[in-house]
Design a protein around this ligand. Structure first.
Ligand SMILES: C[S@@+](CC[C@H](N)C(=O)[O-])C[C@H]1O[C@@H](n2cnc3c(N)ncnc32)[C@H](O)[C@@H]1O
Length: 400
């Protein structure tokens, strides 16, 4: 394989912004790719893949490099280590001088004896994972370093799985049925440029995340609230399950995310959705006892989706966990009031930690606010066991 200095420079620039300026990997990669429109698709894929690869194994590679990069040449060297460790032959460039496959192979084998280096995670994360997941932790963190499968959710408002399969085949994209509404992509290509995507026939949504909306057991005609809707992955699914009938209120504290949701709703042919930014607590109070169903897809550490967002390894801290847990308790206790008696609520996270999942539900049920609630069903999804993102879904019933 022939390398180009411009590719390596683009990766180095993205990495510096991610690690030194706190940029999010996905946004930074998108920015770097957009900055030079002349790049071909292979070049773009190379930059994205290897930037993510180095973010994922940053601790391992900086260990092999003997410290964190300080200068431009250190970043190039780090990229060289990654490429060599990934089986590439390096060009004879001055920046890669002194890197050889044999020496690196021996160093890698030794480093990989230690889990924190092999899986490339901070010590505190390994301690939390061990404490929270016990024997399941080593396999969980190993699976969270794998490449995530690409799963589609067929938008039943506008298509069925056969039609999506046929339409994508026209663009050279192959998919296989996974479950009723889910298709798995067997060959990676740019899905977002396809006619099928632009016409709202499907959304890209991990299979675990596709479990949240059905768990709420919505029916056409109900008043359903998605209270942490964000850009609306689950709202769109709820609207499809409601067959566009009834009222779907999508709320979030960030109005700009709801703007994106409106755009997606139009593409998806959703007509029963209304967005409402949560600007004061009154917005919630006014809805007390009104909703048939409430979805709480709460903010979380995202430890279940490290495959997609590996930079969370370096951005999270034990303090972040304490902060999100407090937010999760606050949201559960105040937003649950919007559910009418005999109505239902789903609490969901993309975390693998019981502390953010079952323990929050138990905490709520044992609190004053939770006294009229019972647990109907909880499910945890683990990447190594179930094959998709780490996720948690719990359905509660309000008894009176
Ligand atoms: C896990 S994300 C939601 C993802 C979204 N449901 C989806 O399927 O695409 C959590 C969302 O909660 C929002 N959020 C954070 N604190 C909130 C609060 N106090 N009330 C409502 N939404 C909140 C965040 O802005 C974020 O969009």
């Amino acid at each position: 394989m022939k390398f180009y200095a411009a590719q390596i420079q683009a990766i180095a620039e993205a990495l510096q912004n991610i690690f030194r300026e706190g940029a999010y990997a996905d946004k930074e990669i998108a920015r770097v790719l957009k900055a030079d429109k002349r790049r071909g698709s292979q070049d773009r894929a190379f930059i994205a893949e290897h930037t993510y690869g180095i973010v994922r194994y940053y601790r391992l590679y900086t260990h092999l490099a003997g410290g964190e990069p300080q200068s431009k040449s250190d970043w190039w060297r780090l990229i060289g280590i990654h490429l060599l460790a990934s089986g590439y032959t390096l060009p004879e460039w001055r920046e890669f001088a002194g890197l050889d496959a044999e020496t690196l192979g021996a160093q890698l084998a030794e480093a990989r004896e230690q889990r924190v280096l092999r899986e490339s995670i901070p010590d505190w994360m390994d301690a939390v994972g061990t404490e929270q997941l016990g024997e399941a932790w080593p396999a969980t963190i190993a699976a969270l370093n794998d490449q995530a499968p690409v799963v589609l959710r067929v938008n039943r408002l506008q298509a069925d799985p056969d039609r999506v399969t046929r339409e994508l085949a026209k663009d050279g994209i192959k998919v296989k049925p996974l479950a009723e509404d889910a298709l798995i992509v067997t060959e990676r290509k740019n899905l977002f440029r396809t006619h099928a995507f632009r016409n709202g026939l499907f959304e890209v949504q991990d299979y675990s995340s596709q479990q949240a909306a059905p768990a709420l057991q919505v029916e056409p005609g109900q008043l359903v609230i998605d209270a942490c809707a964000g850009a609306g992955g689950k709202s769109l699914h709820l609207a499809a399950l409601m067959e566009n009938k009834g009222r779907l209120l999508s709320m979030d504290i960030h109005g700009w995310k709801l703007d994106e949701l409106k755009r997606r709703a139009r593409r998806n042919g959703v007509t029963n959705l209304e967005t409402r930014p949560i600007t004061t607590t009154k917005i919630i109070k006014r809805l007390t006892g009104k909703a048939d169903r409430v979805l709480l897809d709460v903010p979380c550490t995202g430890l279940g989706v490290l495959r997609r967002n590996p930079d969370a390894k370096w951005k999270l801290s034990p303090e972040t966990i304490d902060r999100v847990v407090a937010e999760q308790d606050g949201i559960l206790s105040s937003y649950s009031r919007m559910v009418r008696p005999e109505g239902k609520l789903v609490y969901a996270t993309c975390s693998i930690l019981p502390r953010e999942n079952s323990e929050r539900v138990d905490h709520f049920l044992n609190s004053e606010e939770g006294k009229d609630w019972v647990l109907e069903e909880s499910k945890s999804f683990l990447p190594q066991r179930d094959g998709y993102d780490g996720f948690f879904v719990s359905r509660l019933l309000r008894t009176r």
